[in-house]
Design a protein around this ligand. Structure first.
Ligand code: GUN
Length: 283
């Protein structure tokens, strides 16, 4: 039997209805939630991601401030922009779109963002909070995956979870979040030997490698839940994930499509974190 589809687009839509109500309550109290998005340079992909974030803000009633700096902007300029936004009481979330141009040190930029406005959850303090299970701003993509997993009704405690990809943005925080929920977590990466030997044991397989066609049915346990975080544009223009969807869906119990799975959830959780920040600021 083919897997059931985990519909991230539908869940996002449903969550955003609730967001509009939360924004209305905040506005009633005189607080207009605000998110600042800083984009340095003109990467086409980053522009698309930033555009999606701004659009989601508009849809939910969150004020967005889009700050576009040129590719040759200095690190000092970026830091000064962040300082200004840290001090601005009308801004509840600050996000610097990654990657940054090579002459700018990512760590310095991320550490400059106020931990109270770090809606991406990338500041070292928030990374530490995640490690110890006290996260205020869980990173958006793994946070979205967690909600998608919840829709299947599965209790992740004791499950074998295999995460493919060990990035700071997805793989590592994903593993930590599920460890917090008492899953048995394996994180695989580009240097993992015989990837399939690990993935075949997964009750829950989460793939964030950025490699189209990486996961074939032989690597998937029958009945597994498969979450595809990959977003890859093929030469013919098609957008696909890292999992061979059509074949793997015949083996999995649940699967996320690409597009329409994890992607919309990432942006939705950014709005969730921004609202939470505004609600904290109001209290
Ligand atoms: N680049 C790719 N993913 C992300 C993300 O979640 N946040 C930011 N700021 N940059 C990214």
């Amino acid at each position: 039997m083919a897997a059931r589809i985990i519909d991230g687009k539908a869940l996002s839509k449903q969550l955003r209805v609730g967001f509009r109500e939360r924004v209305a309550r905040l506005v009633e109290q005189g607080v207009q939630p605000g998110l600042a998005v800083i984009l340095v340079g003109d990467s086409a992909a980053s522009k698309v991601y930033v555009g999606n974030k701004i659009k989601a803000c508009e849809e939910c009633g969150v004020r967005s401030l889009h700050i576009a700096l040129p590719a040759d902007a200095s690190e000092a300029e970026v830091l000064a922009t962040i300082e200004r936004l840290n001090a601005d009481a009308t801004i509840h979330g600050i996000l610097v779109q990654l990657p940054l141009p090579a002459h700018i040190q990512v760590a310095r930029v991320l550490e400059a963002i106020s931990v109270h406005k770090d809606v991406d959850g990338f500041h070292l303090y928030n990374v530490g909070a995640l490690v110890t299970g006290n996260s205020i701003f869980p990173p958006c993509t793994p946070y979205g995956v967690q909600l998608l997993l919840d829709t299947t009704g599965i209790d992740v405690a004791g499950q074998n979870v295999v995460v493919v990809g060990a990035s700071n943005i997805v793989g590592k925080p994903m593993g930590l979040m599920l460890l917090q929920r008492e899953a048995t977590v394996t994180i695989c990466h580009a240097r993992t030997r015989d990837l399939g030997q690990h993935t075949i044991l997964a009750d829950i397989l989460i793939v964030a490698a950025g490699k189209p066609g990486l996961i074939v049915p032989e690597m998937v346990k029958r009945g597994a839940i498969v979450i595809d975080v990959g977003i890859n544009r093929l030469d013919d223009g098609r957008i696909v994930g890292d999992v061979c969807f059509d074949a793997v869906k015949e083996k999995a119990s649940w699967i996320t499509p690409v597009p329409g799975g994890v992607g919309p959830m990432t942006v939705t959780m950014l709005i969730e974190n921004t609202l939470r920040s505004a609600e904290r600021a109001f209290k």
